[in-house]
Design a binder for this molecule. Sequence first.
Ligand code: NAD
Length: 416
Amino acid sequence: MADTVAPQTIGIIMNGASGRMGYRQHLVRSILAIREQGGVLLADGETRVQVEMILVGRSEKKLADLAAKHGIEHYTTNLDEALADDRWQIYADFLVTKARAAAIKKAIAAGKAIYTEKPTAESFEEALELARLADEAGIKNGVVHDKLYLPGLQKLKRLIDSGFFGRILSVRGEFGYWVFEGDWQPAQRPSWNYRAEDGGGIIVDMFPHWNYVLENLFGRVESVYAKAVTEIPERVDERGDRYPATADDAAYAIFELEGGVVAQLNSSWTTRVNRDELVEFQVDGTHGSAVVGLFGCKIQPRNATPKPVWNPDLADEHDYAGDWIESPGNREFENGFKTQWEEFIRHVVEDAPNEFDFLAGARGVLLAEQGLVSSREGRRVEIPVVALEAGAAASDAAASDTAAIAAAEAEFAGAR
Ligand SMILES: NC(=O)c1ccc[n+]([C@@H]2O[C@H](COP(=O)([O-])OP(=O)(O)OC[C@H]3O[C@@H](n4cnc5c(N)ncnc54)[C@H](O)[C@@H]3O)[C@@H](O)[C@H]2O)c1
């Protein structure tokens, strides 16, 4: 076992590396792929920083198997020991959401740079606290913003930057697919996702994504109206046991954005796919429209727009799908998780810019929290601007919402 990591190598603690995201996206598709290519290329275009990793988890057997399978030298079930070791400069977190904040606080105290999955915490208050603690400790921090790196969304960004849309009017997004209940076919997602008490729920899962997608492409989210539902009340877990599904598994939402764009996004694990891809966004602008997915991007400029005429008496033979033009990639798109990892490593090593920090993560958690408030109260909720110092204002807004719910419930109980 090497005592030191060579200076051109950066050491990464990978906590939760045996989980679904930790293993597939972060270990195999990102860090091992970076190791395989000889490291991260720095801004000078010549120097590479190689990665070395230590896997952390609760099951020694699982870690040993993974390490052997991928030729990884280091693994441990003792996070504190890994955090105390100077060979590891970055702490990366892919744990279940519920376990994240406590582990990240330890990593902040240990002075590590931190890169984490979203959501950063279970409540906005805690997410903001992490951002403040990281800021006070002066440590570099980053949060996964993977959807922005998808080829389809990269092409969309290019269209926006080129002025293709003219004035953007609206965004309509559909995310989802059928997640099996677990009885006659095993579920394809972990069961904790369907238990609110374990940090599950589609709003908590997806709204942090929607927040960074919307704010980076179209404008800050100023308000949300959401309806969350639990369509399937009982599911079957990994061990074959039935459990009550206490978390929302579908959410229908309208977001108003700075600049006037309206975005309607449906998120559902209880829908059957009749789209080209598992997520699709249609963007309509005065000069053109686009439909983008994970990979694809179709456009329709205003001067190639058909002129439909509504006539319920005649079957419409027009091939509307055929009116769209596929937008070319014009470059290679790599796995988005890997690209963001490379950017974060460059942020740590040579101070390359990184906007996707804990504060951005906290904004995502706030949107999820307020989406749930909106659903409970059946009203549109305004989203305050979040800043490290102005955080108290946003926390107050969340607290007064909680007080409003309590008052409404008390009134309801009194009226019975
Ligand atoms: N960026 C994305 O697109 C995306 C997609 C799915 C999930 N996620 C996020 O990634 C995280 C992990 O999700 P997943 O689907 O990989 O889940 P998972 O259940 O497959 O993996 C979770 C990991 O956490 C560990 N763990 C579970 N309970 C723990 C505890 N109490 N203490 C310490 N470790 C514990 C597990 O052993 C496992 O390694 C979640 O926060 C989720 O929101 C992100």
